[in-house]
Ligand binder design. Structure first.
Ligand code: GLU
Ligand code: MG
Length: 450
């Protein structure tokens, strides 16, 4: 097996294999080994300091109270099933790493956390499928304040023509990494785009999210542009969402809809009882979940009423202002999935998706009831009307979400004490550093990180 992989890489002219990890601040990092040392790294991978799981997005220094420090090594062991040659850097290959300590998955490893949540869903007989729906800006490579690559509007065919080469190159590069590209359109902001990819198994969806960000950024660079997924770059222009699309499966069958209503589902809703409880669990935990799904101080500049980013704790059919939208299909079966809008690409996809699964499973285990769907833009209702419908405004800054997460026993237990402590330490450090920052300062610090 290892010799076949080595031959394959040699034949392809690969020099370096990058072993990647995504840290608690959602910075994608990698260490590469030369093919000459393939045998040495095949099984045990490459060493990183334990402190890597305690580094905030701002600078390479250990966050206080993270439980981690400069002493201690973990091994980033390649998951060889994720090996891909990088179409935009063909002498390099990429493989996702699992963090291993003393021969076992390290409890601080985000990828391991998602695997644990996938296993917990399996105990309920469920498979979770997912897709991250990325929006990003293409910007000029000028120094100083960011300048969009063009000045176009939503779904503008001019934007399609202006950007045809780069969008084709991105699509081509994604497909060559076995990522199924589905739809493309220019988004509402000038220079903003959205390319959606097909849903897949949860772990693969999170891996794809890493590959997607890597690919878009690299291809943009090769076109003398800069790509950024930062949630809010321009105060008066659309933000970058990364809505999370989810579906639940049992024995290979999609069970989001309820084709056979039972006495337990008397509502005129075709959502299955399992999907209802799962969504109810997400909504129940959402203020805390947001510390993982919209985890940057910048994230909260995006989540505002009337910006289609899910500012209220509510769900609705085809409602783009509800935090959870259940899209209907043109023909039955419908619905087949649901979408969480309070997610952006500053979220570590393993942590975000794992925590969403934990919240959904809690909904199922406690039999939480899903309230009524909201049929209007909740932002147009009065405060009293929203309160009557239990549509809370979701956290308006990271500090609030962190406070919710630090009280959420279900999510903390799911993360486990080690990962929870390190994660909260990283986010608290960022919040302390940035809570009074102006947008321009935040953007100059974070634009290139995400
Ligand atoms: N840009 C919006 C957001 O921040 C989403 C627009 C859309 O519905 O695609 O989430
Ligand atoms: Mg969009």
């Amino acid at each position: 097996m290892s010799s076949e992989v080595l031959e394959f890489l040699k034949d392809a002219g690969v020099q370096f294999v990058r072993v990647l990890w995504c840290d608690n601040a959602n910075i994608i990092r990698g260490k590469a080994f030369h093919l000459n040392l393939f045998d040495e790294h095949w099984e045990h991978g490459i060493g990183i300091s334990m402190a890597q799981q305690a580094i905030p997005a701002l600078y390479d220094a250990v966050a206080p109270n993270s439980g981690l420090g400069p002493v201690g090594e973990v091994w980033l062991v390649p998951d060889w099933s994720t090996l891909r040659i990088l179409p935009y850097a063909p002498t390099h290959a990429r493989v996702m790493g699992n963090m291993i300590h003393q021969g076992h998955p390290w409890l601080f490893c985000p990828r391991h956390f998602l695997k644990r949540m996938i296993a917990a869903a399996k105990v309920e007989g469920l498979d979770v499928m997912a897709a991250f729906e990325n929006e990003f800006y293409l910007l000029q490579q000028n120094p100083g304040d960011p300048v969009p690559a063009d000045d176009t509007v939503f779904a503008s065919t001019l934007a399609m023509d202006l950007n045809q080469e780069i969008i084709d190159a991105i699509a081509h590069a994604l497909i060559s990494q076995k990522i199924a590209v589905e739809r493309y359109y220019p988004e509402s902001g000038p220079g903003q785009h959205e390319i959606s990819v097909r849903y897949t198994q949860a772990l693969q969806a999170a891996d794809q999210q890493i590959a997607f960000r890597e690919t878009v950024r690299a291809i943009a660079l090769r076109h003398n542009l800069k790509a950024s997924f930062l949630p809010k770059i321009f105060a008066d222009k659309a933000g970058n969402g990364c809505h999370l699309h989810l579906s639940l499966w049992r024995d290979g069958k999609n069970i989001v809809n309820s084709l056979h209503p039972t006495p337990h589902t008397p509502h005129p809703t075709p959502l299955s009882p399992t999907a209802q409880a799962f969504i109810a669990g997400i909504l129940e935990h959402l203020p805390a979940l947001m510390a993982l799904t919209t985890p940057s101080s910048n994230s909260y500049r995006r989540i505002h009423p009337h910006f289609w980013s899910g500012a209220f704790r509510a769900w609705g059919w085809d409602n783009r202002e509800a935090a959870v939208r259940v899209p209907s299909n043109p023909v039955p079966p419908s619905p087949t999935h649901f979408e969480l809008k309070t997610v952006d690409a500053s979220a570590n996809p393993y942590l975000a998706l794992g925590a969403v699964i934990a919240a959904g499973l809690d909904g199922i285990q406690r039999g939480l009831e899903l309230g009524d769907p909201v049929t209007v833009d909740p932002g147009t209702l009065s405060e009293a009307e929203r309160q009557a419908g239990r549509m809370d405004r979701l956290p308006t800054h990271l500090g609030e979400a962190i406070a919710h997460l630090s009280q959420d026993k279900i999510l903390l237990d799911a993360l486990g004490p080690d990962l929870a402590q390190a994660y909260l330490a990283v986010r608290r450090t960022e919040w302390e550093a940035l809570k009074d920052a102006e947008l321009s300062e935040e953007v100059s610090l974070l634009l290139d990180r995400y």
